[in-house]
Design a protein around this ligand. Structure first.
Ligand code: DQA
Length: 144
């Protein structure tokens, strides 16, 4: 089973970016943390990150036929991107949306997700554990 873990804009800045909201772990250390879980679950994971909406759309399109599931933190595009939502719907790859922070506890503009309706579900507010929980959720869903 192959899972794509896809990250949106500014997540490459984790570690130094607003640590009060996102913690001090880098995306690389989160990747290592998730890889430990992937090993336990016996699944292959690839990590990807882009700051560019169109690139994220292309990555999702290219995932068709290569990946069984997607765990995605669309970051700011969560709240704005019809294109990413449409890409998820187009490829029909089961996806779980994740967020480090609890988007429902933050500014009102973050409460709405345009991308979550194209996903099985959303995990939000558990820091790096959101990534791990997202992986467990997608694998469980795919195993049926
Ligand atoms: C985020 C929440 C988004 O609102 C924000 O734009 C991000 C990170 C999170 O993981 O908590 O960049 O997706």
């Amino acid at each position: 089973m192959k899972i794509l873990i896809l990250n949106g804009p500014n997540l490459n800045m984790l570690g130094t970016r607003e640590p009060d909201k996102y913690g001090t772990e880098t995306l690389e250390s989160i990747e290592l943390f998730v890889r430990e879980e992937a090993l336990k679950l016996n699944v292959d994971v690839d990590f990807s990150q882009s700051n560019i909406e169109g690139e994220l759309v292309t990555i999702i399109q290219k995932a068709k036929g290569l990946y069984d599931g997607i765990v995605m933190n669309p970051a700011a595009y969560t709240h704005t991107s019809v294109a990413i939502r449409d890409a998820l719907l187009a490829v029909e790859i089961p996806a779980v949306e994740i967020h480090l922070s609890n988007i429902h506890k933050r500014e009102e503009f973050r409460h709405n997700s345009l991308t979550a309706p194209a996903c099985i579900g959303q995990i939000t507010g558990f820091g790096k554990y959101s990534y791990k929980l997202g992986l467990i959720a997608i694998v469980d869903y795919l195993k049926g």
